[in-house]
Design a protein around this ligand. Structure first.
Ligand SMILES: [Mg+2]
Length: 108
């Protein structure tokens, strides 16, 4: 995580994103939606593994960029990650409609 974070921080610094729309979370949401759409297309259109990987990396870079934009430290990200990890590891797995399985915080 540290290497990825520092690389994306470097990207933000290189293109002087601090204080611009590039670090505005509303703008970033649009970028995330755009990249999620590209991933959806890659998957549903049966694109190559390399293309699906690339679209996932686009999303990962944006999420890491969200942390940079928020001024979150590596320690804060680490803490938030493990807090959520504990939650998801204590969830239940259930069979849902359509015969699929889902791990979630089921209320019943
Ligand atoms: Mg993309």
């Amino acid at each position: 995580m540290k290497d990825f974070y520092e690389a994306i921080k470097k990207f933000h610094d290189k293109f002087e994103m601090k204080g611009t729309n590039n670090e505005d979370m509303n703008f970033r949401l649009n970028l995330l939606i755009e990249e999620l759409g590209e991933l959806a297309q890659a998957v549903t259109k049966g694109k190559s593994r390399e293309e699906v990987m690339e679209e996932n990396i686009d999303l990962l870079n944006l999420v890491i960029g969200n942390f940079v934009s928020m001024g979150a430290s590596l320690e804060e990200i680490d803490s938030a990650f493990w807090k959520k990890y504990d939650k998801i590891m204590n969830r239940k797995k259930k069979k849902i409609e359509g015969g699929n399985y889902r791990v979630s915080d089921f209320k019943n």
